[in-house]
Design a protein around this ligand. Structure first.
Ligand code: AMP
Length: 179
């Protein structure tokens, strides 16, 4: 199994959720044991020796691989959730999306100053959601933040946009935004 084979297993759905968007549907790759295992193993390989103590997953597709990776690299799992989903005291970040604002939240006591954090999501597009997640984690004052996504949508400059905001920004492979 390799990146090209996993990339080929990702389904493109035109005009979802709105006309003009080429939706990259990872469910077709997740449903294959060989692809699912490759994605998990590839992230583990890249992050197992960096002293990561918490893997933070972004709701909702960041919740799929983050806990599996956390178990293997000896870290915990922390969810970033949409507004008003978490039961205890939270910290929040509000950011501008294409259609209106969005707020994401994390429990206030979810991370400690000594934590080394890996933030994971499925897709890096413009980088706006990931920037908000980085800012949310920074509110809790951790030691280091690494960033990983499965797919980089090439042509949207998300990686460049996030430059200098985390230790690294890393994706398993790129897909052309119109591919
Ligand atoms: P952005 O904030 O622009 O980097 O968008 C990243 C978020 O939007 C991620 O959580 C992705 O899952 C989702 N997303 C953006 N573009 C697409 C796309 N073409 N197909 C599927 N999900 C997308």
């Amino acid at each position: 199994m390799n990146a090209e084979q996993v990339k080929a297993a990702i389904r493109n759905v035109p005009d979802f959720p709105i006309p003009g968007i080429q939706f990259k549907d990872i469910t077709t790759a997740l449903a294959r044991h060989d692809c699912l295992t490759w994605m998990k193993d590839e992230i583990v390989k890249r992050y197992k020796d960096l002293g990561i103590t918490q893997v933070v997953g972004i709701e909702s597709r960041g919740f799929i691989l983050a806990p599996a990776v956390a178990i293997e690299i000896g870290a915990g799992f922390v969810p970033i959730r949409k507004h008003n989903k978490l039961p205890a005291e939270t910290v929040s970040v509000t950011y501008a999306k294409e259609y209106g604002d969005d707020t994401i939240q994390m429990h206030k006591d979810a991370l400690l100053p000594d934590d080394v954090v890996l933030i994971h999501d499925d897709i890096l597009a413009t980088g706006g959601s990931m920037e908000a997640a980085i800012n949310l984690v920074k509110k809790l004052g951790v030691k280091k933040i690494y960033v990983n996504c499965i797919i980089e949508l090439e042509g949207l400059n998300g990686r460049k946009y996030l430059e200098g905001k985390a230790e690294n920004v890393d994706c398993l492979f790129g897909i052309e935004v119109d591919e």
